[in-house]
Design a protein around this ligand. Structure first.
Ligand SMILES: C[S@@+](CC[C@H](N)C(=O)[O-])C[C@H]1O[C@@H](n2cnc3c(N)ncnc32)[C@H](O)[C@@H]1O
Length: 220
């Protein structure tokens, strides 16, 4: 079940407005022309208030987003609807990853920017399986997840290996269920995919935190 903390967070404060630089680079390198982007269907899982979708819309992609927090979807709808151009799709839904439909809709690109990590491993595994199913052949998946060297990864109540319920420090402090990955785990989770690149970024933050991120780019 999705952590209730997200609806509280979205309702109580504004969420980030700006898209992820790593996603911008990979998306624009892969889908190079406006003509290609106009034929590319992108779904963001856990889109929050629409920071990444705002970039994808502006660059001409066909956009779909879902999030389990109704306030996040309402905010994304209010912000993004005015940006939709003729011939463009913006389809936003309140839905949890556990409720993903079994339909045959196929996407060319699915995006997870720090959303799927916020779940227990059973949900994470199931969601990655659904991502694979929902991608067209040759479709791509972008994901960013936290690494185990991140401050707070082993704090709070550990509900299973590398999954904390409310870390007590670091970037996931008091943000509900958080799973922290390592490279062998990612390689194992994506073993069935045809292409996989994993980029690791380690940042020493000014506040003393260490942040380890993995950027996953995989092709069906
Ligand atoms: C850290 S925020 C990231 C939001 C957005 N991707 C961004 O980069 O601005 C995580 C988002 O994932 C959503 N989320 C987490 N677990 C979910 C689940 N099981 N089903 C649906 N949404 C979920 C939360 O509601 C929240 O909006």
């Amino acid at each position: 079940m999705m952590d209730a903390v997200w609806e509280e967070l979205h309702a109580s404060r504004p969420w980030g407005k700006y898209p992820a630089e790593t996603l911008i680079r990979l998306a624009m390198r892969t889908y190079r022309t406006p003509e290609i982007r106009a034929q590319t269907k992108v779904l963001e899982l856990g889109c929050g208030a629409g920071a990444n979708l705002s970039f994808l819309l502006a660059e001409g992609f066909q956009t779909y987003g879902l999030d389990g927090a109704p306030t996040a979807i309402a905010k994304a709808e209010a912000r993004l609807r005015p940006l939709v151009k003729d011939g463009q799709t913006l389809d936003l839904k309140t839905m949890t990853f556990e409720e993903l439909p079994s339909g045959t809709e196929q996407f060319d690109l699915i995006v997870d920017h720090f959303a799927i990590y916020a779940n227990p491993l059973t949900t994470i595994t199931q969601t990655y399986d659904n991502v694979y199913r929902m991608l067209a052949d040759g479709g791509r998946f972008y994901a960013s997840v936290w690494g185990r060297q991140t401050t707070g990864a082993d704090s709070g109540v550990m509900i299973e290996t590398a999954t904390s319920q409310n870390p007590t420090c670091g970037p996931c402090k008091e943000m509900g269920v958080s799973h922290f990955f390592d490279r062998p785990e990612i390689e194992q989770l994506f073993a069935a995919w045809s292409e996989l690149t994993i980029t690791r970024r380690l940042t020493d933050e000014a506040n003393g935190d260490t942040v380890e991120e993995f950027i996953i780019w995989a092709q069906k």
